[in-house]
Ligand binder design. Structure first.
Ligand code: DGJ
Length: 706
C-alpha cells in the first residue's frame, strides 16, 4: 500500500514499511526501511551539529541529509548515485501513485500483477536534468522494487558515467555486509565483513554477472542471524556488469548503492532521451531466513514467468559428463532408453551436436546438426527419444562463435574485439550482440533449430566473459542486446523449459530468471561441494531456480567417492537430474536410480514451491543442512550432511523449523509433535565416513493435534 500524508510517503508490503520524506528545501529523503510501522506522519529528525556547517544556497547542508538518490556537489560530498557531465542537484518536483508497475524499457523486471507504484519526479531545472524514482510494492510480497530513469531536458548532450538503480541510507553503521563470492566450481560462498568508515565495492565487470560476485548483497544488523535481527537484501535484476557500493561516512552512517558497474559504463543522452537503470529488489527480513523466504516467494511468483515457472520440472538426464562430445546416435539412445526404464523424464543433448564440433575448438555459431554423429538429425533423434517416453532437450551457446566456423569465416567482424584484435578464451569469441544484424542471426538460428524438432527444453550456455571492451558502455549495450535476443527466443517458445547456464553458475541472477525459470547452479557436481554452493545460493534464490545432478563416482572435479544415496539426496533439494553414463551402473545403482526418481516425483513440488529453512551452516559447523516445508505445513523434507567424520563425537540432535507446533508428524517410523521437533529436536545419526548425509521426510498425521 502507498499513502502520502503531509510531506511523507508511506509504502508497505508484506512484513515491511518504507518511508520517504520531502524536506522543507525539497530534497527527497530516506526516512525508514524495516519492520512494519503505522503510516502516521511525524517530524524530521534533528539534523544535529555538523562541524562544517557549509550551507547551500537553500540553507541545507546536503551532506548531512540521507537523500534517496544522492548526487555529488552543492554541499553533498558522499558517494553519489549518479555522475554526469552536468551533475544534477535533485529536488522534488511532482509525484504520482499508479496501479500496477510500468515495464522497464529494454530490461527485464518483476511482473506487475498486484503492484502499486510510486513515481517521484525530481529535477534540476538549472541544468535541465530530470530523474524519476520508481517504487513498487505488493501486498502479498516482502519485496520493494526500485529503479531510476534519467532524462536530459537540455539542448546539450548529457553523458552519464554512473547511474545506479537504487540508493539507501541507513542512520548508523552497526552493520555487516554479506556478499556471495566465488569462482568457477565454487560459486556463491557467503562472505561477511563488519563495516568501518570507508567504501566497499562488490561487483563485476566481465560482461556477465559472474561466478566471482553475485549481484546480491545483504546488509545485516550486527548480531543478526538466521532467525532474528534486521536483514536488508539488495538484488539487481541484471545480468551484466554490476556494482553494490557501501559507504560508511565520516559521521558513521551507511549508504548502499546498487546498479550497473560504473567501470566501463558510459551513456550519452541527447535532448529528450531517457536512460533506464535496471531494477533493484529490496527485501527486509527479521533474520536471514525470513529475508530469503521473501526473496524466494518473490522470485517464484513475480520474477519467473511462463507456464514452467509454477510447474514441477521434469527429471532430466544430460549426456555431458557421460560422453562429453564423443557420442553417436546409438550411444545417446542407449542412455535414453535405460533412462526411460529408470523413471527419468527428459533427455538433454549437450554440447557437440552441431557443425563439426568434436572438441571445443570449433563450430560455435553453426547451429546445424552434425549428421555423421546423429544421422537422424535433431528431429529424428527427438522422435526416437519421444518414442521411448521421454521429452527431448538441446544445448545451445547462442552468444558465441568459434574462429573455426562458417559463421566466423563469413562474418569475422561479428566477433567482439578491441583494437588489438580478439582474445580467445576456451577457443571462442563473443558475438557482438550490440549489432542488430547479429541479434537477428542468433534469433533466427536458434528459433529455426527449435522449430525443426520437438524440443521441449533448452540449456542456454555462455562459456566466456567479455575480456576486451571495444568501447565504453559496450558491456551495457551487450546486455541489452542479450535481453532482446532472449526475449525474442523465449517468448516465441513459451512452452519450452529454458535453463540458463554459464560455465556452471556464472550468470545466476534475477535478470536471467525473468526469461528462464531455472539455472545450472555449478559445474561442480560433487555433493560435498554442492552442500556449500547450494547453501550459499539459497540466501537469494529458491530451490526451484537451481539445477542439481547426480554424476559419477569418483567425481570428475574432485576425485571424491560419494555414495549414490548422498549424490541423490543433495540433488533432490533442487531441480533433479542425472549427468553420467547410466548404462555403466551396476544393478544396485540402477535400483537406487529407480528409487530416487520415484522419490523425486513425490518430493519435487514440496522442494520447489515450499518454504525453505537453513538449519545448519556448513561453513561454520562442518555440518550443513536445510529443509523445505510445504506452504500448508503438512509435509517437510530435511537434508543434513556432515563434511568430515570425527571419531567419538556425540550424537547430534537437530532442531527443525517452520513446522506446525501443534501438529503431529510422522518421521522415520515414529511420530513427534511439531513443537517437539522444533524445540527439542530429532536425533540424527550419520552413516560412517566423510560427506555422509541424512534425509528425512515428515508427513503431518491428519487430525492429530493433541
Ligand atoms: C559448461 C556447462 O556448465 C556444462 O554443463 C556443459 O554444458 C559445457 N559448458 C558444454 O560445453
Amino acid at each position: 500500500m502507498i499513502t502520502k500524508r503531509e510531506n511523507m510517503f508511506f509504502l508497505s508490503g508484506k512484513g515491511f514499511s518504507y518511508i520517504i520524506r520531502i524536506s522543507p528545501e525539497g530534497y527527497i529523503l530516506h526516512d525508514y526501511f524495516g519492520a512494519p510501522v503505522s503510516p502516521l506522519p511525524y517530524g524530521e529528525d534533528s539534523r544535529g551539529w555538523y562541524c562544517f556547517q557549509a550551507e547551500g544556497s537553500d540553507g541545507a547542508c546536503v551532506d548531512e541529509l540521507r537523500t534517496e538518490y544522492p548526487c555529488y556537489g552543492h554541499t553533498d560530498l558522499g558517494s553519489p548515485a549518479v555522475m554526469a557531465s552536468r551533475q544534477p542537484v535533485l529536488k522534488y518536483k511532482s509525484h504520482e501513485i499508479v496501479p500496477g508497475k510500468p515495464a522497464l524499457k529494454g530490461l527485464p523486471s518483476a511482473l506487475p500483477d498486484g503492484a502499486e507504484t510510486l513515481v517521484i519526479t525530481a529535477a534540476d531545472e538549472v541544468i535541465g536534468v530530470e530523474v524519476r524514482l520508481f517504487y513498487s510494492v505488493y501486498q502479498d510480497q516482502g519485496v520493494l522494487c526500485r529503479h531510476a530513469e534519467i532524462t536530459n531536458l537540455a539542448d546539450a548532450p548529457l553523458t552519464l558515467d554512473r547511474a545506479y538503480s537504487a540508493s539507501l541510507a541507513f542512520p548508523g553503521a552497526d552493520y555487516e555486509e554479506m556478499h556471495f563470492a566465488g569462482s568457477w566450481g565454487r560459486e556463491r560462498r557467503p562472505v561477511s565483513n563488519s563495516l568501518v568508515q570507508g567504501v566497499y565495492r562488490i561487483g563485476n565487470a566481465r560482461g556477465g554477472s559472474g561466478h566471482q560476485m553475485n549481484p546480491f548483497v545483504i546488509l545485516k544488523e550486527k548480531g543478526a542471524g538466521e532467525e532474528h535481527g534486521g536483514c536488508f537484501g539488495f538484488m539487481l535484476v541484471y545480468s551484466g556488469d554490476h556494482m553494490t557500493e557501501i559507504e560508511v561516512d565520516q559521521r558513521g552512517r551507511t549508504r548502499v548503492h546498487q546498479g550497473i558497474n560504473p567501470f566501463g559504463f558510459e551513456k550519452t543522452l541527447v535532448k529528450g532521451e531517457t536512460f533506464t537503470a535496471p531494477e533493484c529488489l529490496l527485501a527486509y527480513g527479521d533474520g536471514l531466513g525470513a529475508l530469503s523466504r521473501s526473496l524466494h516467494d518473490f522470485i517464484r511468483e513475480r520474477i519467473c514467468r511462463g507456464p514452467w515457472s509454477r510447474r514441477e520440472r521434469p527429471i532430466l538426464i544430460n549426456n555431458w559428463e557421460a560422453t562429453y562430445m564423443d557420442f553417436n546416435e546409438e550411444k545417446l539412445l542407449s542412455i535414453a532408453s535405460l533412462a526411460a526404464e529408470l523413471g527419468i523424464e527428459l533427455f538433454v543433448l549437450d554440447d557437440g551436436w552441431f557443425g563439426k564440433r568434436d572438441n571445443d575448438r570449433s563450430s560455435l555459431g553453426d547451429w546445424v546438426v552434425n549428421r555423421s554423429k546423429i544421422p537422424s538429425g535433431i528431429s529424428g533423434l527427438a522422435e526416437k527419444v519421444n518414442a521411448l517416453g521421454l521429452k527431448f532437450g538441446l544445448w545451445f551457446e547462442p552468444e558465441m562463435v568459434s574462429p573455426d566456423s562458417d559463421l566466423y569465416r563469413a562474418h569475422p567482424d561479428w566477433a567482439v574485439r578491441a583494437e588489438r584484435g580478439p582474445a580467445l578464451v576456451r577457443s571462442q569469441l563473443v558475438l557482438d550482440l550490440t549489432r542488430p544484424e547479429v541479434r537477428e542471426y542468433v534469433i533466427n538460428a536458434v528459433n529455426s533449430a527449435l522449430d525443426s524438432a520437438n524440443i521441449e527444453y533448452v540449456k542456454w550456455d555462455m562459456n566466456r566473459y567479455i575480456t576486451d571492451m571495444p568501447r565504453k558502455g559496450f558491456n551495457y549495450e551487450y546486455t541489452l542486446g542479450l535481453y532482446e535476443v532472449m526475449d525474442a527466443i523465449t517468448s516465441s517458445h513459451p512452452n519450452v523449459l529454458f535453463e540458463g547456464c554459464s560455465g556452471g553458475g556464472g550468470r545466476f541472477d534475477a535478470g536471467i530468471l525473468c526469461y528462464m525459470p531455472q539455472i545450472w547452479t555449478s559445474d561442480d557436481t560433487d555433493p560435498l561441494e554442492r552442500l556449500y554452493i547450494q547453501y550459499g545460493t539459497s540466501f537469494g534464490y529458491p530451490p526451484s531456480t537451481m539445477g542439481s545432478h547426480v554424476t559419477e563416482s569418483p567425481n570428475q572435479h574432485t576425485g571424491r567417492r560419494p555414495s549414490m544415496e548422498t549424490r541423490g539426496a543433495v540433488s533432490m533439494s533442487c531441480n533433479f537430474g542425472y549427468e553420467l553414463d547410466i548404462t555403466k551402473l551396476d544393478e544396485a545403482d540402477r535400483e537406487a536410480v529407480k528409487r530416487q526418481t520415484a522419490l523425486c516425483r513425490e518430493l519435487r513440488g514440496l522442494v520447489a514451491f515450499g518454504d525453505f529453512y537453513r538449519l545448519l551452516d556448513p561453513f561454520s559447523d562442518g555440518v550443513g543442512g536445510w529443509m523445505s516445508v510445504s506452504k500448508d505445513k503438512s509435509r517437510a523434507f530435511v537434508f543434513v550432511m556432515r563434511a568430515l567424520f570425527r571419531p567419538n563425537s556425540a550424537p547430534m540432535r537437530l532442531r527443525l523449523k517452520g513446522l506446525d507446533p501443534a501438529a503431529r508428524y510422522s518421521v522415520g517410523g515414529e511420530s513427534f509433535m511439531g513443537d517437539m521437533l522444533m524445540n527439542r529436536g530429532i536425533a540424527v545419526s550419520f552413516p560412517f565416513g566423510d560427506g555422509a548425509s541424512v534425509s528425512m521426510i515428515l508427513e503431518k498425521i491428519e487430525g492429530s493435534a493433541e
